[in-house]
Write a protein that binds this ligand. Structure first.
Ligand code: PML
Length: 270
């Protein structure tokens, strides 16, 4: 589902459901689209049959929040965490700078994600207006609710966290993906995350200031090894169901988190 107001995207959602739940799911999506403060003037629903499509199952990424306050501290910590995944400081800083000023050539947010060379910060996505969108992912019956309960135990009750976790879980296993960086374009929602298959889903309470409507996501890959066809085939057409929740760890200080990475023999990239 994608809803927009005067051509500007305001909400979207995605899911995989058994055929007997399709009608109820459409109903949920419509309520969701209409529930936005600015009622949409266009709602586009797209429904694909996954008959004959093999479905990969994944466990949700483990979640941890780093105890930090303020955008500056959040961004500095996000850059440092990215360096432990193999992204250079330069590429991480470049991604932050592009998202902050609006990643589309028009200066608006992109609907999809940028693809960024983890060494140089060069943008690699063919379409810089639309970027890459990850679709065809959802939760096995009951698993979203289980994950929601685990997140709530850590004080994470916003639907955005759960939905971003699902998207990040599928994204983390894209061929060649090193890490993802994301924060919301909702001016009232400042949290963001770095996700990787190795580190899981690492949250930062603030990657931008309140009131800032610039947000987006960047996928970091190695340009030398990047296979765009395989990456797009996975993100767009492979179906992924999340069939079990990951761990939801208690909040930790950034120092404690980075010490644990060092101990696990992670070495940052400069
Ligand atoms: C988005 O709105 O698409 C991004 C949401 C980021 C969620 C961060 C979190 O709460 O974990």
């Amino acid at each position: 589902m994608s809803a927009s107001v005067r051509g500007k995207h305001v909400s979207g959602a995605e899911g995989i459901v058994p055929s007997d739940r399709v009608d109820a799911f459409i109903h949920d999506l419509l309520s969701r689209a209409r529930g936005k403060a600015a009622g949409p003037d266009e709602i586009v629903l797209s429904i694909d049959s996954l008959d004959g499509v093999s479905i990969r199952t994944l466990r949700a990424l483990d979640v941890v929040t780093l105890g930090l306050s303020g955008m500056e501290a959040g961004r500095a910590a996000a850059v440092t965490v990215l360096t432990y995944t193999g992204v250079s400081r330069r590429a991480a800083a470049e991604a932050i700078s592009i998202i902050s000023r609006g990643a589309a050539p028009s200066g608006e947010n992109m609907r999809g994600a940028m693809i960024i060379d983890a060494r140089t910060g060069e943008r690699l996505e063919a379409d810089q207006e639309r970027g890459v969108r990850v679709t065809r992912f959802g939760w096995s019956a009951g698993e979203e609710e289980k994950t929601a309960r685990k997140l709530e135990e850590r004080g994470l009750s916003h639907v955005r966290t759960r939905e971003a976790l699902a998207l990040a879980t599928k994204g983390a296993f894209a061929p060649g993906l090193i890490a993802e960086l994301c924060w919301s374009d909702d001016p009232d929602y400042t949290a963001g995350y770095v996700a990787s298959p190795v580190l899981g889903y690492v949250r930062f309470p603030s990657l931008k200031d309140f009131g800032d409507a610039k947000g987006g996501r960047a996928y970091f890959v190695s340009k030398e090894r990047f296979d765009e066809t395989a990456f797009l085939a996975y993100t767009r057409t492979e179906a992924v169901l999340i069939d079990s929740p990951g761990l939801c760890r208690p909040e930790v200080s950034p120092d404690e988190f980075l010490r644990a990475l060092e101990t696990a023999k992670g070495s940052p990239v400069r």
